[in-house]
Design a protein. Structure first.
Length: 317
């Protein structure tokens, strides 16, 4: 199943969101306009806006309100990636040259700031301080996660809990609040809001674990960036943690880690049981995502949320 098939019932509202994204970053300043649309035009799955719309389906669905959450969430995600590519010194994103490579770091930093500010312009159109607070608290968490990731670079002593907290901050929270804010913006009940948050959180955790697996197993063509880049950057993700602490040949792996033999570590992880074990944890989160939906009315939208969770576990890029 492809994501576009899953999104099919939303195509007309998603086309609208797409146009609003364009409009949001429109500016007469030529470099800023080109740089800001560069990443947005490179594709991307638009998962966060879809989560917002789906969340809104469990309240009083109103695209005119939901767009003030859906567009900002995609913009914040995009802004964070433009900055992330500066920090990670990345050449490729979504199969395309990054803003920082096409222009330079200065342009990329301002472009990220600009996209971020545009997101704030839109979300503050909604006179709902609860929404503003949830959004800003989440961005604080994302920043904390990134700082912590720097602290944990090349730290093989970290435990699973630390890894999970990092991916929660990096990925799961933004997905959780996408679902949650869609529901809040359309005045859904507290119970619905809570369930949708739990769904988004668990699906997001599975999404990032899969991402970390794909970084080892995927090929450059599909990923749009070189494989094994996490480990090369010193970012120790779940498959690597497993190899070091739990795998049958952990002792051999530790030698590779001590001597910094990255290519061999990547081969070890790809060929051993590490990927399967990581996959098992992703599956556990997917089951929790599905369970969170249990108390919601059975309808097409719930079906769609389940399909998306399923897609998260199966995706190849
Ligand atoms: C992607 O992680 C990281 C995303 C969050 C970056 C957050 C920043 C602070 P990866 P990939 C920079 C917040 C900034 C804002 C809101 C403007 O593991 O593999 O590097 O996709 O992911 O590069
Ligand atoms: Mg990064
Ligand atoms: Mg990165
Ligand atoms: Mg990654």
């Amino acid at each position: 199943m492809k994501l576009t098939d899953i999104f099919w019932p939303f195509r007309s509202d998603m086309n609208y969101i797409e146009r609003e994204l364009d409009r949001a970053i429109d500016t007469k300043e030529p470099v800023l306009h080109k740089a800001a649309s560069h990443l947005l035009k490179a594709g991307g799955k638009r998962i966060r806006p879809v989560f917002v719309l789906l969340g809104g389906k469990f309240g009083n669905y109103d695209i005119e309100r939901l767009k003030y959450v859906a567009v900002p969430l995609e913009l914040i995600h995009a802004a964070s990636l433009v900055h992330d590519d500066v920090i990670d010194d990345a050449e490729l994103r979504r199969g395309k040259i990054t803003v920082k490579s096409k222009w330079d770091n200065r342009i990329a930093m301002y472009t990220g700031d600009y996209i971020f500010a545009r997101a704030l312009t839109l979300v503050t159109e909604l006179p709902n301080p609860q929404i503003h607070k949830i959004l800003s608290n989440t961005i604080v968490e994302v920043c904390l996660g990134e700082i912590e990731q720097i602290r944990d670079l090349n730290n093989w002593d970290q435990n699973l809990r630390r890894y999970l907290r990092r991916i929660k901050r990096k990925t799961a929270l933004l997905m959780a609040i996408s679902c949650q804010l869609g529901a809040i913006a359309t005045d859904a009940s507290k119970d619905v809001v809570r369930r949708l948050y739990a769904y988004g959180y668990n699906a997001g955790m599975a999404f990032q674990i899969t991402d970390d697996i794909l970084d080892f197993t995927g090929d450059e063509k599909k990923l749009g960036k070189p494989a094994g880049s996490d480990l090369k950057q010193g970012n120790i993700t779940l498959p690597a943690l497993y190899a070091y602490h739990k795998s049958q040949n952990a002792a051999a792996f530790r030698v590779l880690a001590e001597e910094n033999r990255t290519d061999e570590m990547i081969r070890f992880i790809r060929e051993g049981e590490c990927i399967n074990e990581a996959q098992k944890l992703a599956d556990r989160y997917l089951m929790r995502a599905a369970a969170a939906l249990d108390g919601l009315p059975d309808n097409r939208n719930k079906e769609t949320l389940l399909k998306i969770a399923h897609f998260f576990g199966e995706r190849q890029s």
